[in-house]
Unconditional design. Structure first.
Length: 419
């Protein structure tokens, strides 16, 4: 299968500009666009902040600690990167707005406070507006950036899952594939052994010990934060190498993550196979209706294709699972061919004989809105500035992958499927 670095570009005919992102945090600005404005009354206080150097989870923790509240009480609509200037909204019930206005947390500045009738929850935002400066790039290449963006706006951005989906070694999908096939020895070998050049220190040592069959020593060598790895190694030592017992020592959430990574890898293969026709429907397709996300079966390609060209609908790809709706015709044949190549026809998509992977459909592309390109110079030197808006669940780094065309591992985890 194609690795993330091998996935084809939609804009392969236009050279990438390379460049460096996030040379400093102010080079990457993301502003959350709310789904609705606060009502002005209610028991929940909505407060908009600008944060720098803090991921959303840490910001929530610091705000809760400062206010003497629990983390779960603070609501937010989406996760934002630490290495950026990020503006987003939080909510907290039964708190004096004056305490929020006076909030003093390093890296956080309160921009405004209001009231609303409900807690802010994940997904309660339209999307995000990005302003990104590429540095160490010839400003004269701005024309090439515009040309790439023109294609992406018209035809869509390939909705690939990026490197973060597949772990530091890029192999979590291999563990997932082995779980799906119920090959538990292979799943553990990938998860716990096979040391490579990407492994360092204690992790490399633990993997080598596992490969050598010294499971107890491997369990003692894995760093503390690798709880699942340590539990699986201990179970291998206790049972004399019974892989099924060791797999069951890995928590269910982790096993589901591995299977999800395999689903994501298979989805990427379908996007790659359909890259030249990313904006064209095939007979039997299941189409995604933008922006609502409803999926319907295409009965008449000639009738529906104009809607696809207008970006009202898009073809979808598979997140294989027992609840996934299968396409028919040519689209279905392409997906069945992939399953046949992986030896998965008839597979029930079980993790360990008990936990099913539901699956779903996911659009093959997404659309950047209000895109613009500027070139300039500041105290840090020349830059090309790119701005665009993306709907909730779409990621700026997938756009930048097409623009830069460098193996920089910049892609982030996209949204899940609508089932």
């Amino acid at each position: 299968m194609l690795s993330v670095d091998e996935l084809p570009y939609l804009t392969a005919a236009i050279p990438g500009v390379g460049g460096v992102m996030k040379q400093r945090p102010a080079d990457f600005v993301v502003e959350e666009v709310p789904l609705y404005e606060p009502a002005g009354s209610g028991t929940h206080v909505f407060f908009r902040v600008e944060k720098l150097g803090l991921p959303t989870a840490q910001a929530v923790q610091e705000i809760a600690r400062t206010l003497g509240r629990q983390k779960h009480e603070i609501g937010y609509a989406g996760l934002k990167d630490a290495d950026a200037v990020a503006r987003q909204t939080f909510s907290l019930e039964h708190v004096d707005p004056a305490r929020i206005e006076a909030l003093q947390v390093p890296g956080i500045r309160v921009l405004g406070v209001s009231r609303h009738t409900n807690k802010l929850r994940l997904g309660h935002h339209k999307g995000n507006r990005f302003i990104i400066k590429l540095r160490q790039v010839d400003p004269a290449r701005a024309g090439g950036v515009r040309a790439i963006l023109d294609v992406l706006v018209r035809r869509g951005v390939p909705n690939y899952f990026g490197p973060q989906r597949f772990g530091m070694r890029g192999d979590t999908w291999q563990t997932g594939r082995a779980l799906v096939r119920q090959d538990f020895d292979e799943a553990l070998a990938v998860m716990l052994g096979r040391a490579s050049e990407r492994d360092r220190g204690a992790i490399a040592g633990a993997r080598r010990l596992y490969d050598g069959g010294d499971y107890a020593a491997a369990a003692a060598t894995w760093p503390y934060m690798f709880r699942n790895e340590r539990r699986a190694c201990r179970e291998m030592a206790r049972t004399g190498g019974r892989a099924l017992k060791a797999i069951r020592a890995v928590d269910q959430q982790a096993r589901r993550f591995f299977v999800s990574a395999f689903q994501s890898m298979l989805f990427n293969q379908i996007v790659a196979r359909r890259i030249d026709g990313l904006d064209r429907l095939l007979p039997g397709d299941l189409a995604w209706r933008h922006p609502q996300g409803a999926v319907f079966r295409v009965e008449d390609v000639l009738r529906e294709q104009p809607r696809c060209e207008a970006f009202e609908i898009s073809p979808t790809g598979p997140l294989f699972g027992h609840r996934m709706t299968e396409p028919a015709g040519e689209a279905g044949g392409m997906e069945r061919e992939l399953l046949e190549q992986e030896g998965l026809i008839g597979c029930e998509w079980l993790e360990d004989g008990r936990h099913r992977a539901p699956g779903g459909r996911r659009p093959l592309r997404f659309k950047p809105h209000d895109a613009g390109v500027e070139q300039g110079r500041d105290d840090a030197g020349d830059y090309i500035q790119i701005a665009f808006f993306l709907e909730s669940g779409c990621y700026a780094t997938t756009v930048l992958r097409e623009i830069c065309k460098t193996d920089s591992g910049i892609m982030e985890q996209p949204t899940g499927a609508i089932r």
